[in-house]
Design a protein around this ligand. Structure first.
Ligand code: AMP
Length: 110
């Protein structure tokens, strides 16, 4: 949790920046990826800070993973991409994780 103080995604998810929040509930915020890699590219971010999927496993917050998938499915329907989307977690620098705050990529194809 050491990097939480200056965490960009904590700030975005908790509306401390100008980034538009396109959908939210009590646990998550969703916003457009600044460098989209699909026709619709949304990031889903827990409002609470988790550094990565590893931290969730270590701290026993497993239920957040079910909730984030359900949130993604709801969002996909809202954006009419339920017939073509990909969900992606990047874990670790070698896999391309740039931001040390857990996030799920929702990549939608029309
Ligand atoms: P990852 O590589 O899995 O850590 O994904 C981080 C993602 O965050 C990348 O796809 C970036 O394009 C995106 N990103 C970085 N800064 C911002 C920002 N300020 N607003 C929206 N998306 C961002």
């Amino acid at each position: 949790m050491a990097k939480q103080i200056d965490c960009l995604f904590c700030k975005i998810a908790n509306k401390k920046t100008d980034t538009e929040i396109i959908y939210e509930d009590e646990d998550f915020s969703a916003f457009y990826d600044i460098k989209p890699k699909a026709p619709i590219h949304i990031l889903i971010v827990p409002k609470k800070h988790f550094e990565s999927i590893i931290e969730i496993e270590e701290n026993g917050d497993i239920e957040i993973l079910g909730k984030i998938l359900a949130f993604a499915a709801k969002l996909a329907k809202k954006f009419n991409i339920e017939n073509g989307y990909r969900l992606q977690f990047n874990q670790g620098k070698k896999a391309g994780q740039e931001i040390d705050h857990l996030h799920l990529h929702l990549l939608g194809f029309k």
